[in-house]
Write a protein that binds this ligand. Structure first.
Ligand SMILES: [Zn+2]
Length: 380
Protein backbone atom coordinates (compact mmCIF):
# COMPACT_ATOMS: atom_id res chain seq x y z
CA UNK A 1 0.00 0.00 0.00
CA UNK A 2 1.10 3.57 -0.54
CA UNK A 3 1.35 4.30 3.17
CA UNK A 4 -1.13 5.34 5.76
CA UNK A 5 0.74 8.42 6.87
CA UNK A 6 1.01 9.68 3.33
CA UNK A 7 -2.75 9.74 2.99
CA UNK A 8 -3.02 12.38 5.70
CA UNK A 9 -2.48 16.05 5.09
CA UNK A 10 0.57 17.51 6.89
CA UNK A 11 -1.62 19.58 9.23
CA UNK A 12 -3.53 16.48 10.22
CA UNK A 13 -0.32 14.69 11.03
CA UNK A 14 0.99 17.66 13.01
CA UNK A 15 -2.23 18.00 14.97
CA UNK A 16 -2.23 14.34 15.84
CA UNK A 17 1.34 14.08 17.02
CA UNK A 18 0.95 15.59 20.48
CA UNK A 19 -2.24 13.67 21.00
CA UNK A 20 -0.63 10.44 19.87
CA UNK A 21 2.19 10.76 22.36
CA UNK A 22 -0.25 11.41 25.21
CA UNK A 23 -2.77 8.76 24.30
CA UNK A 24 -0.05 6.28 23.42
CA UNK A 25 1.68 6.63 26.77
CA UNK A 26 -1.61 6.34 28.55
CA UNK A 27 -2.55 3.25 26.62
CA UNK A 28 0.71 1.41 27.08
CA UNK A 29 0.88 2.17 30.76
CA UNK A 30 -2.45 0.54 31.34
CA UNK A 31 -2.08 -2.22 28.78
CA UNK A 32 -1.76 -4.73 31.60
CA UNK A 33 -5.49 -4.23 32.21
CA UNK A 34 -7.08 -4.33 28.76
CA UNK A 35 -10.37 -2.58 28.02
CA UNK A 36 -13.33 -4.87 28.63
CA UNK A 37 -14.25 -4.94 24.92
CA UNK A 38 -10.95 -6.56 23.95
CA UNK A 39 -10.87 -10.35 24.38
CA UNK A 40 -8.04 -11.56 26.56
CA UNK A 41 -5.32 -13.33 24.57
CA UNK A 42 -5.57 -17.10 24.74
CA UNK A 43 -1.81 -17.42 24.90
CA UNK A 44 1.02 -15.12 25.86
CA UNK A 45 4.25 -14.70 23.95
CA UNK A 46 5.87 -17.10 26.43
CA UNK A 47 3.61 -19.96 25.34
CA UNK A 48 3.39 -19.30 21.62
CA UNK A 49 6.01 -18.06 19.12
CA UNK A 50 7.02 -14.42 19.46
CA UNK A 51 5.49 -12.77 16.40
CA UNK A 52 6.99 -9.81 14.57
CA UNK A 53 4.93 -8.38 11.72
CA UNK A 54 7.60 -6.87 9.47
CA UNK A 55 5.14 -5.18 7.12
CA UNK A 56 2.80 -2.71 8.79
CA UNK A 57 1.71 0.76 7.66
CA UNK A 58 1.02 2.67 10.83
CA UNK A 59 -0.28 6.22 10.97
CA UNK A 60 1.17 8.18 13.89
CA UNK A 61 -2.36 8.33 15.34
CA UNK A 62 -2.81 4.56 15.13
CA UNK A 63 -0.59 3.31 17.96
CA UNK A 64 -3.36 2.68 20.45
CA UNK A 65 -5.44 0.79 17.91
CA UNK A 66 -2.43 -1.25 16.85
CA UNK A 67 -1.92 -2.20 20.51
CA UNK A 68 -5.45 -3.54 20.67
CA UNK A 69 -4.94 -5.50 17.44
CA UNK A 70 -1.71 -7.00 18.79
CA UNK A 71 -3.52 -8.19 21.84
CA UNK A 72 -6.51 -9.51 19.96
CA UNK A 73 -4.57 -11.31 17.22
CA UNK A 74 -1.45 -12.27 19.15
CA UNK A 75 1.45 -10.47 17.64
CA UNK A 76 4.15 -8.75 19.60
CA UNK A 77 6.07 -6.30 17.48
CA UNK A 78 5.42 -4.31 14.31
CA UNK A 79 7.78 -2.79 11.76
CA UNK A 80 6.24 0.43 10.49
CA UNK A 81 7.19 0.76 6.83
CA UNK A 82 5.48 4.17 6.54
CA UNK A 83 8.08 6.07 8.53
CA UNK A 84 8.45 9.00 6.13
CA UNK A 85 11.66 11.00 5.86
CA UNK A 86 13.39 13.68 7.95
CA UNK A 87 11.18 16.77 7.88
CA UNK A 88 8.37 14.77 6.29
CA UNK A 89 6.79 12.67 8.99
CA UNK A 90 9.74 10.69 10.37
CA UNK A 91 10.04 12.46 13.72
CA UNK A 92 6.28 12.09 14.26
CA UNK A 93 6.49 8.39 13.44
CA UNK A 94 9.48 7.90 15.76
CA UNK A 95 7.59 9.68 18.55
CA UNK A 96 4.60 7.41 17.95
CA UNK A 97 6.88 4.38 18.10
CA UNK A 98 8.38 5.60 21.38
CA UNK A 99 4.87 5.76 22.83
CA UNK A 100 4.41 2.06 22.05
CA UNK A 101 6.70 0.85 24.85
CA UNK A 102 9.13 -0.67 22.38
CA UNK A 103 6.58 -2.55 20.30
CA UNK A 104 7.07 -0.57 17.08
CA UNK A 105 10.23 -0.17 14.98
CA UNK A 106 10.34 2.45 12.23
CA UNK A 107 11.77 2.23 8.73
CA UNK A 108 12.36 5.48 6.85
CA UNK A 109 11.29 5.76 3.23
CA UNK A 110 13.31 6.82 0.23
CA UNK A 111 13.14 10.62 -0.06
CA UNK A 112 11.23 10.46 -3.33
CA UNK A 113 10.85 14.23 -3.51
CA UNK A 114 14.61 14.48 -4.11
CA UNK A 115 14.38 12.53 -7.38
CA UNK A 116 13.96 15.65 -9.49
CA UNK A 117 17.35 17.14 -8.53
CA UNK A 118 20.46 16.28 -10.57
CA UNK A 119 22.24 15.16 -7.38
CA UNK A 120 19.31 12.99 -6.24
CA UNK A 121 21.54 10.08 -5.21
CA UNK A 122 23.56 12.27 -2.83
CA UNK A 123 20.43 13.93 -1.47
CA UNK A 124 18.69 10.62 -0.84
CA UNK A 125 21.79 9.21 0.81
CA UNK A 126 22.04 12.24 3.09
CA UNK A 127 18.37 11.86 4.02
CA UNK A 128 18.98 8.18 4.81
CA UNK A 129 21.92 9.04 7.06
CA UNK A 130 19.86 11.68 8.88
CA UNK A 131 17.01 9.20 9.31
CA UNK A 132 19.38 6.64 10.74
CA UNK A 133 20.76 9.17 13.21
CA UNK A 134 17.20 9.99 14.26
CA UNK A 135 16.39 6.34 14.96
CA UNK A 136 15.10 4.71 11.77
CA UNK A 137 16.23 1.07 11.56
CA UNK A 138 15.66 0.26 7.90
CA UNK A 139 14.71 1.70 4.53
CA UNK A 140 11.42 1.06 2.73
CA UNK A 141 11.19 1.57 -1.01
CA UNK A 142 7.74 1.57 -2.59
CA UNK A 143 6.78 0.30 -6.02
CA UNK A 144 6.82 3.87 -7.30
CA UNK A 145 10.55 3.29 -7.90
CA UNK A 146 10.52 1.66 -11.31
CA UNK A 147 6.86 2.38 -12.00
CA UNK A 148 6.23 6.05 -11.40
CA UNK A 149 9.19 8.06 -10.11
CA UNK A 150 10.73 10.37 -12.72
CA UNK A 151 14.35 11.43 -12.38
CA UNK A 152 15.74 14.90 -13.16
CA UNK A 153 15.38 14.36 -16.91
CA UNK A 154 11.72 13.38 -16.55
CA UNK A 155 12.32 9.72 -17.40
CA UNK A 156 11.37 6.94 -14.98
CA UNK A 157 14.10 5.92 -12.58
CA UNK A 158 14.67 2.17 -12.84
CA UNK A 159 14.95 0.00 -9.74
CA UNK A 160 18.61 -0.54 -10.67
CA UNK A 161 19.28 3.09 -11.67
CA UNK A 162 23.03 3.64 -11.09
CA UNK A 163 22.41 7.11 -9.65
CA UNK A 164 20.81 5.41 -6.65
CA UNK A 165 23.78 3.14 -5.94
CA UNK A 166 25.08 5.31 -3.07
CA UNK A 167 21.75 4.99 -1.25
CA UNK A 168 21.88 1.20 -1.26
CA UNK A 169 25.57 1.15 -0.33
CA UNK A 170 24.88 3.49 2.59
CA UNK A 171 22.02 1.27 3.75
CA UNK A 172 24.46 -1.63 3.93
CA UNK A 173 27.07 0.43 5.72
CA UNK A 174 24.49 1.67 8.25
CA UNK A 175 23.19 -1.88 8.78
CA UNK A 176 19.72 -0.85 7.62
CA UNK A 177 17.83 -3.58 5.74
CA UNK A 178 16.04 -2.43 2.61
CA UNK A 179 12.41 -3.54 2.34
CA UNK A 180 11.70 -3.17 -1.34
CA UNK A 181 8.48 -3.40 -3.32
CA UNK A 182 9.04 -3.70 -7.07
CA UNK A 183 6.32 -4.42 -9.59
CA UNK A 184 2.96 -5.84 -8.55
CA UNK A 185 0.87 -8.96 -9.20
CA UNK A 186 1.26 -10.14 -12.77
CA UNK A 187 -2.48 -9.76 -13.36
CA UNK A 188 -2.13 -5.97 -12.99
CA UNK A 189 -0.51 -5.93 -16.45
CA UNK A 190 -3.46 -7.71 -18.09
CA UNK A 191 -6.72 -6.24 -19.43
CA UNK A 192 -9.38 -5.73 -16.76
CA UNK A 193 -11.94 -8.15 -18.14
CA UNK A 194 -13.70 -11.37 -17.21
CA UNK A 195 -10.47 -13.33 -17.70
CA UNK A 196 -8.49 -11.20 -15.23
CA UNK A 197 -8.55 -12.98 -11.88
CA UNK A 198 -7.86 -9.69 -10.08
CA UNK A 199 -10.77 -7.96 -11.80
CA UNK A 200 -12.56 -6.98 -8.56
CA UNK A 201 -9.41 -5.48 -7.07
CA UNK A 202 -8.53 -3.59 -10.24
CA UNK A 203 -12.05 -2.25 -10.59
CA UNK A 204 -11.82 -0.92 -7.05
CA UNK A 205 -8.39 0.59 -7.80
CA UNK A 206 -8.17 1.42 -11.52
CA UNK A 207 -4.92 3.27 -10.84
CA UNK A 208 -3.21 -0.01 -9.92
CA UNK A 209 -3.61 -1.34 -13.47
CA UNK A 210 -0.54 -1.21 -15.69
CA UNK A 211 -2.41 -2.44 -18.75
CA UNK A 212 -1.94 -0.09 -21.68
CA UNK A 213 0.37 2.13 -19.61
CA UNK A 214 3.79 3.15 -20.78
CA UNK A 215 5.33 1.17 -17.93
CA UNK A 216 8.05 -1.47 -17.71
CA UNK A 217 6.76 -5.03 -17.83
CA UNK A 218 6.44 -7.33 -14.82
CA UNK A 219 9.56 -9.22 -15.93
CA UNK A 220 11.59 -6.09 -16.64
CA UNK A 221 10.94 -4.84 -13.12
CA UNK A 222 11.98 -8.16 -11.58
CA UNK A 223 15.18 -8.13 -13.65
CA UNK A 224 15.91 -4.61 -12.44
CA UNK A 225 15.34 -5.74 -8.87
CA UNK A 226 17.61 -8.75 -9.28
CA UNK A 227 20.43 -6.58 -10.63
CA UNK A 228 19.96 -4.25 -7.66
CA UNK A 229 20.24 -7.09 -5.15
CA UNK A 230 23.25 -8.55 -6.94
CA UNK A 231 25.05 -5.20 -6.99
CA UNK A 232 25.06 -4.69 -3.20
CA UNK A 233 26.12 -7.94 -1.53
CA UNK A 234 26.75 -6.15 1.78
CA UNK A 235 23.20 -4.76 1.90
CA UNK A 236 20.36 -6.92 3.23
CA UNK A 237 17.22 -6.80 1.10
CA UNK A 238 13.76 -7.83 2.23
CA UNK A 239 11.94 -8.31 -1.06
CA UNK A 240 8.37 -7.78 0.09
CA UNK A 241 5.20 -9.52 -1.07
CA UNK A 242 6.90 -12.92 -1.27
CA UNK A 243 9.89 -11.64 -3.18
CA UNK A 244 7.59 -9.58 -5.42
CA UNK A 245 6.84 -12.78 -7.31
CA UNK A 246 4.32 -14.89 -5.40
CA UNK A 247 3.05 -16.36 -8.65
CA UNK A 248 6.33 -18.18 -9.18
CA UNK A 249 7.94 -19.62 -6.02
CA UNK A 250 10.53 -21.47 -8.13
CA UNK A 251 11.85 -18.18 -9.40
CA UNK A 252 11.97 -16.77 -5.87
CA UNK A 253 13.76 -19.93 -4.70
CA UNK A 254 16.35 -19.42 -7.45
CA UNK A 255 17.09 -15.90 -6.22
CA UNK A 256 17.29 -17.00 -2.59
CA UNK A 257 19.80 -19.71 -3.48
CA UNK A 258 21.86 -17.25 -5.49
CA UNK A 259 21.88 -14.17 -3.22
CA UNK A 260 22.79 -14.58 0.44
CA UNK A 261 21.76 -10.98 1.15
CA UNK A 262 18.17 -11.57 0.03
CA UNK A 263 15.18 -12.19 2.30
CA UNK A 264 11.46 -12.10 1.57
CA UNK A 265 8.33 -11.22 3.50
CA UNK A 266 4.89 -12.80 3.17
CA UNK A 267 2.87 -9.55 3.20
CA UNK A 268 -0.45 -9.63 1.36
CA UNK A 269 0.49 -12.78 -0.52
CA UNK A 270 -1.03 -15.61 1.50
CA UNK A 271 -3.89 -15.71 -1.03
CA UNK A 272 -1.40 -16.17 -3.87
CA UNK A 273 1.05 -18.59 -2.23
CA UNK A 274 -1.84 -20.49 -0.68
CA UNK A 275 -3.02 -21.66 -4.08
CA UNK A 276 0.23 -23.44 -4.88
CA UNK A 277 0.44 -27.11 -3.84
CA UNK A 278 0.83 -27.08 -0.02
CA UNK A 279 3.51 -29.81 -0.11
CA UNK A 280 5.58 -27.68 -2.48
CA UNK A 281 5.18 -24.56 -0.33
CA UNK A 282 5.94 -26.48 2.85
CA UNK A 283 9.20 -27.64 1.27
CA UNK A 284 9.92 -24.03 0.25
CA UNK A 285 9.48 -22.74 3.79
CA UNK A 286 11.62 -25.53 5.20
CA UNK A 287 14.42 -24.92 2.70
CA UNK A 288 14.32 -21.15 3.28
CA UNK A 289 13.38 -21.18 6.95
CA UNK A 290 16.09 -18.58 7.69
CA UNK A 291 15.11 -16.26 4.83
CA UNK A 292 11.35 -15.73 5.13
CA UNK A 293 9.89 -13.05 7.42
CA UNK A 294 6.26 -12.93 8.44
CA UNK A 295 4.53 -9.74 7.29
CA UNK A 296 0.87 -8.88 6.79
CA UNK A 297 0.55 -5.50 5.02
CA UNK A 298 -1.76 -4.28 7.74
CA UNK A 299 -2.55 -0.56 7.62
CA UNK A 300 -3.66 1.11 10.85
CA UNK A 301 -4.76 4.66 11.59
CA UNK A 302 -7.04 5.88 14.35
CA UNK A 303 -10.71 5.02 14.06
CA UNK A 304 -12.97 5.60 12.21
CA UNK A 305 -10.46 5.05 9.38
CA UNK A 306 -10.99 1.44 8.20
CA UNK A 307 -8.13 -1.02 8.56
CA UNK A 308 -6.15 -1.81 5.44
CA UNK A 309 -5.92 -5.62 5.31
CA UNK A 310 -3.45 -6.48 2.55
CA UNK A 311 -5.72 -4.79 0.03
CA UNK A 312 -9.06 -3.06 0.17
CA UNK A 313 -12.31 -3.11 -1.73
CA UNK A 314 -14.97 -0.54 -2.44
CA UNK A 315 -16.50 -1.18 0.97
CA UNK A 316 -14.44 -0.45 4.09
CA UNK A 317 -13.21 -3.49 6.05
CA UNK A 318 -15.15 -4.24 9.23
CA UNK A 319 -14.91 -6.71 12.11
CA UNK A 320 -15.72 -9.68 9.90
CA UNK A 321 -12.95 -8.86 7.42
CA UNK A 322 -10.50 -8.25 10.26
CA UNK A 323 -11.23 -11.64 11.77
CA UNK A 324 -10.93 -13.41 8.45
CA UNK A 325 -7.66 -11.68 7.62
CA UNK A 326 -5.87 -12.71 10.79
CA UNK A 327 -7.38 -16.16 11.28
CA UNK A 328 -6.98 -17.33 7.67
CA UNK A 329 -3.35 -16.15 7.68
CA UNK A 330 -2.52 -18.13 10.79
CA UNK A 331 -4.50 -21.08 9.52
CA UNK A 332 -2.35 -21.09 6.40
CA UNK A 333 0.94 -21.29 8.28
CA UNK A 334 -0.20 -23.45 11.18
CA UNK A 335 -2.60 -26.09 9.85
CA UNK A 336 -2.85 -28.72 7.14
CA UNK A 337 -6.43 -27.65 6.37
CA UNK A 338 -7.45 -27.87 2.73
CA UNK A 339 -9.53 -25.53 0.55
CA UNK A 340 -10.49 -22.77 2.93
CA UNK A 341 -11.24 -19.10 2.30
CA UNK A 342 -8.13 -16.95 2.06
CA UNK A 343 -7.52 -13.78 4.09
CA UNK A 344 -8.31 -11.15 1.44
CA UNK A 345 -11.37 -11.95 -0.71
CA UNK A 346 -10.81 -9.06 -3.11
CA UNK A 347 -7.43 -10.49 -4.12
CA UNK A 348 -9.12 -13.33 -6.02
CA UNK A 349 -11.92 -15.82 -6.01
CA UNK A 350 -10.24 -19.07 -5.04
CA UNK A 351 -9.44 -21.12 -1.93
CA UNK A 352 -6.16 -22.02 -0.28
CA UNK A 353 -4.56 -24.89 1.64
CA UNK A 354 -2.34 -24.67 4.71
CA UNK A 355 1.33 -25.62 4.98
CA UNK A 356 1.37 -26.80 8.61
CA UNK A 357 4.87 -25.55 9.38
CA UNK A 358 6.98 -27.42 11.91
CA UNK A 359 7.25 -25.50 15.21
CA UNK A 360 10.93 -24.63 14.78
CA UNK A 361 10.32 -23.22 11.29
CA UNK A 362 7.28 -21.30 12.46
CA UNK A 363 9.29 -19.66 15.23
CA UNK A 364 11.89 -18.48 12.75
CA UNK A 365 9.43 -17.13 10.19
CA UNK A 366 7.19 -15.51 12.80
CA UNK A 367 9.92 -13.75 14.71
CA UNK A 368 13.46 -15.12 14.96
CA UNK A 369 14.43 -14.13 11.42
CA UNK A 370 13.15 -10.58 11.94
CA UNK A 371 15.18 -10.26 15.14
CA UNK A 372 18.32 -11.25 13.25
CA UNK A 373 17.79 -9.47 9.93
CA UNK A 374 16.50 -6.20 11.41
CA UNK A 375 18.72 -6.51 14.51
CA UNK A 376 15.78 -6.07 16.84
CA UNK A 377 16.60 -5.99 20.51
CA UNK A 378 13.41 -7.44 21.93
CA UNK A 379 12.35 -9.50 24.92
CA UNK A 380 12.09 -13.25 24.38
ZN1 LIG B 1 2.77 -2.50 2.10
Amino acid sequence: MAGVAQRKRPWQVAALVALTALVGCWFWQRSSSPPAAVPAPSATAGERPFVVDVHVHLGPDGVERLGRLMQRWHFDHAINLSGGTPGRGLSEQLAAARSSAGRVTVFTTLSYHDARYPDYGARMTAALRRAHAMGARGLKIAKVLGLGLPGPDGRLLAVDDPGLDPVFEAAGELDMPVAIHSGDPRAFWLPIDGKNERKDELEAHPGWSQFGQDAPSFDQLLSQLERRVARHPKTRFISVHFGNCAEDPDRVAGWLRKYDNLYIDTAARVPEIGRHAPEKMRAFFIEFQDRVLYGSDLGVSAEPEPLFLGSEGKEPAGAKEEQRFFTATRRYFETADRDFDHPTPIQGNWRISGVDLPDAVKRKIYGENARRVIKLDLPR
